[in-house]
Design a protein around this ligand. Structure first.
Ligand code: FE2
Ligand code: FE2
Length: 274
């Protein structure tokens, strides 16, 4: 049986997240025998909002094949033209026609074509996007003619919406990952019809933070309901989480899966400049 192993890493937050990612990605790749890396980069620019072309180059230099995103993809204007001109960074497919970029892409891994689709949820988030179920259903009719190995990043808040879409796609795609909550879930498994699944990949950032951001202003906002300024947490320990999946290249089905969670207690804030 011929297989490929793909590592999927959750939202990389700011310069802190990028520093942690660069420090550990090569060891991860060796340790888990990884052929290909996909990362969610919606928070990877300085300040934890959006992504810039320079950050895309940083990820490519560090062996990333495709960068997915989510609701924060629009935070940096300089990425709009990059999204239109390149196919290594994708945005949720269920934004209306006319939004920059596309919601799916293809790349080659060990002579096999891999398709990656990005979608955004509507439950407890903005609810005016197109239906993610129907969007992916119609995309798949085309994508299945091009690739047997298909990976979906569903950027969504509610576990129910993630699980619902995953069951809807079970057997039609190789791997389904959730992102957006920045919390790694302990439920990775292979669904009955052969699709690998995890509710959320978690993140790369400061461990003692909230979504990679300093907790003080967020607690203040919960308590006062006043707007506060969020900033990326730079203090260690560092956290890097995600999941690897092994996919049968003949059937496109997942055959093995495991989550990864690294806590770097030696990480010091002077390693990053965010
Ligand atoms: Fe995020
Ligand atoms: Fe998000």
């Amino acid at each position: 049986m011929s297989t490929i192993r793909v590592l999927l890493i959750g939202d990389v937050v700011g310069s802190t997240g990028r520093t942690i990612f660069q420090k550990h990605i090569n060891r991860f790749k060796k340790e888990y025998n990884i052929d290909s890396v996909i990362v969610n980069g919606e928070n990877s620019a300085n300040g934890g909002r959006g992504i810039t072309p320079r950050v895309v180059t940083f990820f490519k230099h560090n062996g990333v094949d495709v960068i997915t995103s989510g609701n924060h993809i629009w935070d940096k204007r300089e990425i709009y033209s990059y999204l239109n001109d390149n196919n290594d960074l994708i945005r949720p497919a269920n934004y209306p026609t006319g939004a920059p970029g596309v919601g799916y892409t293809f790349y080659e891994c060990k002579n096999h074509t891999v398709a990656v689709i990005n979608l955004q949820g509507r439950t407890f988030m903005r609810d005016d996007l197109d239906c993610p179920f129907r969007t992916v259903e119609s995309l798949l009719t085309y994508i299945k003619t091009k690739a047997k190995i298909i990976i979906v990043d569903f950027h969504a808040e509610a576990t129910s919406e993630k699980m619902g879409l995953a069951y809807f796609l079970d057997g039609q795609i190789s791997m389904f990952v959730g992102t957006h909550t920045h919390i790694l879930t302990a439920d990775e498994r292979i669904l009955p019809n052969g699709t690998g699944y995890i509710t959320d990949l978690g993140m790369v950032g400061s461990l003692n933070s909230m979504l990679g951001m300093k907790k003080g202003p967020i607690i203040q906002r919960f308590m006062t309901q006043m707007p506060t300024r969020f900033a990326v947490e730079t203090e260690g320990p560092a956290l890097m989480t995600g999941v690897w999946v092994e996919i049968d290249t003949d059937t496109g089905k997942a055959v093995d899966i495991g989550s990864v969670r690294l806590v770097d207690n030696k990480f010091k804030s002077d390693e990053t400049s965010d």
